[in-house]
Design a binder for this molecule. Structure first.
Ligand code: GLA
Length: 383
């Protein structure tokens, strides 16, 4: 993250002034995809790529914001009908509004931000942005909002101002991240446990397909609706089923004739994925990376064939990993483009990356991108 760039640009835009600097990271997720809004488990970690923002109160009731990477500015008030038109500014506006709705008293500020989380790569650049501002405003206005609520403010911003009915994983990881550790998060209770993650002899590699499908947001919301429909149908016979996380394949089979084939496949994927997260947890405790990898491949299969959130390019990267003998590989994040996450033995790393680049370029005419990530701390004040 380029702190100096933010400092210089802030001073340039705001008459030589300087403010406080805050940062929040993007995230990876080892396993547990599309389980968060089903009340299930996820296994994310914050990374060393994120957003950094400089902020200074300006004594007015207006926010003046600069998106440095886009070279765009926005100015907006803090009332509900002051919603800015720029997509990126809606995130900052949404965070302000969600704080105000919770009784937080805030006023205008000047801000500039920049980031190095690749956009649309499934690494949660939007959660990084939300967490940066939720954390910063809580600190600057000494609002005393706890970290759980800060994560929920980011999620509510997505729901109410962006239109993505996401779960809590991304914002939670961005706020609660811990250097060197992944976290097992129960998305219903928000109980979480840190797992130091340093798989000796392996590397985690992200390969970005550089594909971002249009309409991904509405397809995401449709997946969630399918899950909620199935959970509601199962609940008629099993009132204890609040979310699909509580359901079993037997329960799903009981309602098979009442739901569409598509909804059945979506629910099957989720129920199996919740179990896979548990399997990976056990396997990690034993240092059994073969099982971790096996479940990653199974997740990919489910996301591709049952949940249908993969695409040709991601399936190709997954197949390439398999052919090269990579221990585990799968599409990461919401899907519809973005990255695969790969658990690769050190000695295979060079050959795998070379082969993935060569064959992907051969097939699709351009190379994927490679990211090495370091598991890092969550939202924080820099100075
Ligand atoms: C996106 C959402 C998350 C989660 C993942 C899929 O990243 O923001 O809440 O649902 O997709 O696991």
């Amino acid at each position: 993250m380029d702190v100096e760039k933010v400092r210089k640009s802030f001073a340039k835009h705001f008459d030589g002034a300087s403010g406080s600097l805050y940062a929040s990271p993007g995230r990876i997720n080892l396993i547990g995809e599309h389980t968060d809004y089903n009340g299930g488990f996820v296994f994310p970690g914050a990374i060393d790529k994120g957003m950094v923002a400089e902020i200074k109160l300006n004594g007015t009731d207006k926010v003046r914001a600069v998106a440095l990477d886009l070279n765009e500015t926005a100015e907006f008030g803090l009332n509900e009908n002051d919603q800015p038109s720029q997509g990126w500014a809606k995130y900052i506006f949404g965070v302000c509004r969600e704080i105000i709705k919770r009784g937080g008293e805030i006023s205008g500020f000047d801000t500039a931000f920049s980031g190095d989380v690749p956009l649309g790569a499934g690494m949660s650049s939007s959660a990084a942005l939300e967490s940066t501002y939720a954390f910063a405003l809580n600190d600057l206005f000494t609002l005393g909002i706890d970290k759980f609520e800060l994560a929920k403010i980011g999620q509510a911003t997505e729901h109410n101002y962006v239109g993505v009915m996401c779960g809590i994983m991304d914002q939670f990881a961005s706020i609660f991240g811990k250097e060197g550790s992944l976290m097992l998060l129960d998305c219903r209770s928000l109980e979480h446990k840190y797992f130091p993650f340093n798989p000796e002899g392996y590397r985690l590699v992200l390969l970005d397909s550089v594909i971002k499908h249009e309409l991904a947001d509405s397809a995401y919301n449709k997946r969630r609706q399918s899950c909620e429909r199935v959970a509601a149908t199962i609940r008629k016979n099993h009132p204890e089923v609040e979310f699909l996380r509580d359901a079993t394949i037997d329960m799903l089979n009981e309602v098979k004739s009442e739901i569409s084939e598509e909804d059945y496949m979506r629910a099957q994927y989720v129920i199996e994925e919740v179990q896979r997260v548990m399997d990976v947890c056990d396997a990690l405790e034993k240092g059994d990376y073969e099982t971790v990898g096996d479940r990653m491949y199974k997740t990919h299969y489910g996301m591709s064939k049952l949940y249908e959130v993969s695409c040709e390019e991601l399936d190709f990267l997954n197949d390439t990993a398999k052919k090269c003998g990579v221990t585990g590989s799968r599409v990461m994040g919401g899907g519809f483009g973005g990255c695969t996450i790969n658990l690769v033995k050190e000695e295979l790393y060079d050959d795998f990356v070379k082969e993935a680049f060569r064959s992907y370029k051969d097939k699709f005419g351009h190379e994927p991108k490679l990211y090495d990530v370091v598991i890092s701390d969550g939202a924080r004040k820099l100075c």
